[in-house]
Design a protein around this ligand. Structure first.
Ligand code: UD1
Length: 335
């Protein structure tokens, strides 16, 4: 298939592009580098030894974006582009709603105009909110506690309405749990701007001595060791889930949500200890108070993805820790 990938230079986007190229799909990346680096494009070429098209375009620039559709006979879109920092979304809600929603409206309008009706949307387990118990199922009630999460939830609803209005669309809503790890080559990986918000990039920056110590947010949760429990998934497993979703909707219509997680609950301390043991590095940490908005436990029931997409994770926690460290230690300052 000829696949348009918005945000294809980002962390999950770049790993998905590698898997698409490995599977002999044609790829057109659109990215404005607002939270990514042009060097990633060279690295994708180096890893895959394959060509792809690239447009430096902001999705909000409809005229420029339309050229991508005019110049390419696109079959399907994987839509990653969007702002993604929870804390920042609380400070700048209008910017988050405007960017994430308007870019999706423009994308859907162009897709409709050019009769491209296969869409894979990058959603998040954040749509399960604070009130469900794990393992989380796609049928559970949804809610959001911050503007970032609300944009994911709203886009899911909007895409549901789009399908209702026109049954010729095929739309997959992929709810990611906590992606970590990197391509096994160590050439692409997560490269956050400034101080990392998420746990694994913080751990790797402590390991590489860019940060002094990790703060563990909360040690009094009702979990096996008191620290927060999450479902960490290797980014390459996650990337492969997108290909499975494309394949499902290649000859089918509908709108369906899928959890992409391992189903295993790993605590902050479990992850820190695994990382230390596997990579033989020290991670100094201190226990501090809880972070507002965090739930104690969040892990997936991914049986729907197994049944309907024939997808399951293949990589272990050891792979995740080893690959995250390989990326960070080979690229201490990112790209
Ligand atoms: C976060 C977002 C979620 C988003 C996801 C994207 C929040 C509340 N949630 O998920 O909406 O979809 O990232 O990647 O921000 N932790 C520490 N110290 C740190 C960083 C994290 O102890 O320096 C702990 C957290 O309290 C949590 C776990 O590590 O228990 C994972 O945190 P994080 O990587 O930020 O992911 P989520 O909060 O699950």
């Amino acid at each position: 298939m000829k696949v348009l990938v918005t945000g294809g230079a980002g962390y999950i986007g770049s790993h998905t592009v590698v898997e698409l190229l490995n599977d002999n799909h044609e790829v057109i990346i659109v990215d404005n580098f607002s939270n990514s680096n042009p060097e990633v494009l060279n690295r994708i070429k180096e890893i895959t030894n394959k060509e792809f098209k690239f447009y430096e375009v902001d999705l909000l620039d409809e005229e420029k974006f339309e050229k991508v559709f005019k110049e390419n006979q696109i079959d399907a879109t994987i839509h990653f582009a969007g702002y993604k920092a929870v804390g920042e979304s609380v400070e700048k809600p209008i910017s988050y709603y405007h960017n994430n929603l308007t870019s999706t409206f423009i994308l859907c309008d162009l897709m409709k105009k050019y009769s491209v009706k296969k869409l894979v949307f990058s959603s998040s387990a954040t749509v399960y909110g604070m009130n469900n118990s794990s393992p989380l199922l796609e049928t559970m009630p949804l809610s959001a506690t911050n503007p970032y999460g609300m944009t994911k939830l709203m886009i899911e609803q909007i895409l549901g309405d789009l399908y209702k209005s026109d049954n010729s669309w095929g739309i997959a809503l992929l709810r990611y749990f906590n992606p970590i790890g990197a391509h096994e080559s160590g050439r692409i990986g997560e490269n956050p701007n400034g101080i990392p918000n998420n746990l694994m990039p913080y751990i790797t920056q402590v390991a590489v001595k860019k940060r002094e110590k990790l703060s563990i947010f909360g040690s009094d949760y009702d979990t096996h060791d008191g620290t927060g429990v999450r479902d960490y998934i290797h980014v390459v497993d996650l990337a492969k889930g997108h290909i499975k979703a494309l394949e499902k909707f290649e000859n089918e219509t509908g709108v369906e949500a899928f959890n992409l997680g391992t189903g295993d609950g790993i605590s902050v301390l479990d992850l820190v200890n695994a990382f230390k043991g596997i990579n033989n590095v020290d991670i100094p940490y201190e226990l501090v108070s809880r972070r507002a908005g965090d739930v104690a436990t969040c892990y997936a029931d991914s049986s729907k993805a197994l049944k309907e997409l024939n997808w399951k994770t293949e990589k272990s926690l050891e792979d995740m820790c080893r690959d995250s460290w390989k990326w960070q230690s080979n690229n201490p300052n990112g790209y």
